[in-house]
Structure formats: C-alpha cells, structure tokens
Design a protein around this ligand. Structure first.
Ligand code: ZN
Length: 296
C-alpha cells in the first residue's frame, strides 16, 4: 500500500482537515538511517508534520523544518514539497529510551524540551518566509500546533504518531492537521475540541485497520466532511552525483589536489538518504581541470 494524504472541508466548511498515512515514508526513513525506536518516532513525527505543512502550499513550493532540541537525538532537518516528496535527517539516529509514563515512545525525552522549531518556506518569492517558535512540548504535535498558531496565525490542531515494531521497523505512521477557518462558530470549536481530546493515536487507529478516510470521518464526525483533494506522499531525496560534483567544485583546487594525490578518489554520502557517491581519481581530475578552466 502506498501512502496517501487527503484534504477535506468539514463542519459546513468551517474547518479544513488534512489526514495522512505516512507509513511507507517513515518505514523508508528508518531503513535508510538505521534508526532506533525513539529516534524513529521523533524523525517520523517531524516528517509527517512537515509533509502536512507542505501539502497546504501550492505548486512548486517547498519548505524545510528544523527541530533543534536539547535532547539526545540532536537536531532534525526535514525537507518537503507541495507534491508530497519528503526527506529527513536526524543527527543521532541510534537513540532508544525507556517508554514514558503512558507506555509510549518518549519522543519528548529524545527531542528535548528546550530549543526551537524553525520553518523556512520557499514559495517562489524573492526572500523565503522564516518562522520560528520555541519548543513548548518536545512531543512535536503540540509544537507544530504552536507554530501554526503563533507564526502563521492559524488556530490549529496537529496530531502526529509513529508505531515501531520490536525489530525497529515501522509498523504504522500518520497524522492529521486541522485548521480553523475564519468565521468558525463557537459550537464547531467546542465539538471539535471534544473529538480531538478523545481521539486515540493515529498510528494505533491505522494499526487497527483504519484508513485516512475513516480517520477523517472520526475527526469531523458531525460535520459531513467533503474531500477536496487527495495526493500520494513519499520519501524522496533529490540528491544526485552531479550535485555532489558541484559541491566538489566549490571546495577549490587545493582540497581537490589533496583528494587526488593522497586519497586517489573521494566518497560522499547524502545526509538525507544515505546514498553513497564515489568519485574515481580520473573523475576528480576532470573536476579539477574544470575549476582550473574557470579560474583562468
Ligand atoms: Zn539523498
């Protein structure tokens, strides 16, 4: 089954609801980073949150979410675009903590409670939009909610969850983002709050076989949700050997000569997808002559 994100309006179009099944996406991230359970949950939640944020943007828009906490995983960087492609990096993937008091993966303990959530959006304008909020929870769902309310002035609710198997593989991963549109009635807000407060974790619901459409019905129970769009989402990295060759060009002559004469080659690994690119001595010599040509 491939991952899917659905967008809907509900409660007489007073709220916007996004629901995503990101199981395959987070599975792929765990596999590539060889991450352990608590780190996987933190990275996965950040990727789901970033995917949801980006899905609200248009066309060629893309954004980067950086979570800089003081916990043992270090920082997380996630890139997502409006087409549903997401890639993620976690500084220390091998973190596994004791379960928290609710018997769940201790994402707060892994992320930390002090630090920032920073969103950089490229929406095709000259300058990117940058929004930053302090971490208020470390569980990340609440942090994304706080970001939307404070940086984008959108009253929202974000739920993010990842279920990890005992063998470290990902069982389910998903989330939702609800945005309250201007003019929503008090009655709608009260009803919505009650629904969200009583909603089990999305990953648990998915584990029991619920689809994004089922979740949508649960989130907008009395409101007859109206699906307006649906798109696939996936783990996708845009790195290439050419890109790494370009970064070798920016290193300069001396460093390249050293790689040629001492190492007889070079190896580069993409932080986001762990793909390894090797450059032979001859390839490096070619890059060197390009630089020398440029510097003439
Ligand atoms: Zn890559």
């Amino acid at each position: 089954m491939s991952d899917k994100l659905i967008k809907a309006l509900a409660y007489n179009d007073e709220i916007r609801v996004y629901v995503v099944d990101a199981t395959e996406m987070v599975k792929e991230a765990q596999r590539r980073h060889d991450s352990w359970n608590t780190a996987t949950a933190a990275l996965g939640r950040a990727m789901i949150g970033s995917t949801l944020l980006a899905s609200g943007e248009k066309g060629d828009s893309k954004l980067t979410v950086r979570i800089d906490g003081n916990g043992p995983i270090g920082y997380i960087v996630v890139d997502s675009n409006a087409k549903g492609d997401t890639k993620g990096y976690i500084h220390n993937p091998q973190v596994s903590l004791e379960l928290n008091e609710n018997g769940k993966l201790d994402v707060r303990g892994a992320v930390g409670t002090e630090g920032n959530l920073i969103v950089t959006k490229d929406i095709g304008m000259k300058e990117p939009f940058v929004g930053q909020v302090p971490l208020i929870s470390g569980e990340l769902g609440e942090d994304f909610t706080y970001y939307l309310a404070n940086s984008e002035q959108i009253p929202s609710a974000v739920g993010l969850s990842v279920l990890v198997n005992p063998d470290e593989t990902v069982r389910t991963a998903g989330g939702f983002m609800i945005q309250v549109l201007p003019g929503a009635s008090e009655k709608t807000l009260v009803s919505l709050e009650k629904t969200i407060a009583n909603l089990p974790l999305v990953s648990d619901l998915m584990d029991s076989g619920k689809t994004p459409e089922d979740l949508l019905e649960m989130l907008a129970d009395e409101g007859n949700p109206r699906i307006i769009d649906e798109q696939p989402v996936q783990f996708k990295c845009d790195c290439s050997k050419e890109r790494f060759a370009n970064s070798l060009v920016s290193l300069g002559e001396d460093d390249l000569k050293e790689m040629i004469e001492q190492d007889h080659g070079a190896e580069a690994v993409c932080h986001f997808c762990r793909t390894k690119y090797t450059f032979t001595e001859d390839e490096l010599k070619e890059i060197l002559s390009e630089i020398q040509e440029l510097n003439k």
